[in-house]
Ligand binder design. Structure first.
Ligand code: SAH
Length: 306
């Protein structure tokens, strides 16, 4: 499998950006400033219409939005308060700069303590494979109130838009959200269990390691006829679904250059895609989530985004 995904949202080690406001010091001087709750908001997986009404309301009232890369540009450009300051803090993978988590924490706290209405906008759901814990700890440490607005996580978006009911009757009674980007954390015993379970397995951030996931499942006794689906750019107009079986994966899909982001669904439910797919695959090489070029920049309302 060629590599074109973003396996490591928690990794701050590549691409450091400068921002004027990165000092460790958080200004508590103005004790009379009203501090609004910071809204930690899930933006959904791609289709901007999957935004919740609550998220929309908060975005329209926001003065500062700290947004990730895997958030639809339509949400930022059309559904967010046009006066808001938009700051791209996403991990840009290897194709561009990424923002250290510490900087994100500091920006969020700084703006909140200045009395700004801050939305921290995250792709999919707020809590699934994200660094929300660091952000919550920062907010608590500074006594900043907050609210959490869930979003449609990629697994649910991808499954729905690929016509794969994740716990369909007689096929699966549970679903697991997994990742294999840190390959060392999965023990042999856990692989054996995964290989034998009837649960639907959904792998996030695993495009680069999918070959090894398949090998491990087969080596631990999984049924080679088990089907898998890779959903690229799920719920966006560029969505594409590839299916195969564990046995045929290497031959049929192993050489694909997957578009980022992509998600893998494994299990008996995947066969339902053939019958219930309701969206045609889109061709082309285009990427829906474009990396933002350059440094961490705060964009004013009329500023041109790269
Ligand atoms: N908090 C996010 C997940 C962040 S981890 C959520 O709840 O969805 C990033 C991973 O999510 C990607 O590597 C990919 O596996 C998955 N992902 C996010 N958006 C996706 C999309 N539109 N299509 C396919 N996979 C997606």
């Amino acid at each position: 499998m060629k590599q074109n995904s973003c396996p490591s949202p928690g990794n701050d080690s590549f691409g450091f950006m400068q921002f004027n406001n990165t000092s460790q010091h958080i200004d508590h001087q103005n004790l009379h400033t009203e501090v609004h709750p910071v809204a930690l908001v899930g933006a959904g997986p791609g289709d901007p219409e999957l935004l919740t009404i609550k998220a929309l309301r908060l975005l329209q009232a926001a003065e500062v939005v700290l947004t990730d890369r895997l958030v639809s540009h339509v949400i930022v450009d059309e559904y967010t308060n046009p006066e808001a300051e938009i700051i791209y803090v996403g991990k840009q993978c290897r194709r561009g700069a990424s923002t250290p988590q510490r900087t994100i924490n500091e920006l969020m706290a700084d703006y909140a303590l200045q009395g700004k209405k801050v939305v921290r906008l995250k792709g999919g759901d707020v809590s699934i494979f994200s660094n929300v814990l660091d952000e919550l700890e920062t907010l608590v440490a500074h006594n900043i109130p907050y609210e959490i607005v869930p979003g449609v996580t990629a697994a649910l978006g991808a499954a729905a838009y690929a016509g794969i009911p994740l716990t369909a009757r007689n096929r699966s009674t549970a679903v697991r959200f997994l990742t294999y980007y840190k390959s060392d954390v999965v023990t042999d015993a856990y692989w054996s269990e995964l290989a034998r379970t009837r649960d639907t397995l959904v792998f996030y951030m695993s495009a680069e390691t999918l070959g090894r996931v398949v090998d491990q499942l087969l080596a631990h006794g999984a049924d080679a006829a088990t089907e898998l689906a890779i959903v690229e750019q799920a719920t966006t107009p560029l969505q594409k679904v590839h299916t195969s079986t564990l046995a045929h994966y290497a031959k049929e899909l192993g050489g694909l250059q997957l578009k980022s982001p992509s998600l893998v669904i494994i299990g008996k439910v995947v066969e339902l895609h053939r019958q219930f797919a309701w969206r045609a695959n889109q061709g082309g090489e285009e990427e829906y989530f474009k990396p933002v070029e350059g440094k961490l920049v705060a964009y004013g309302k009329d500023a041109k985004r790269a």
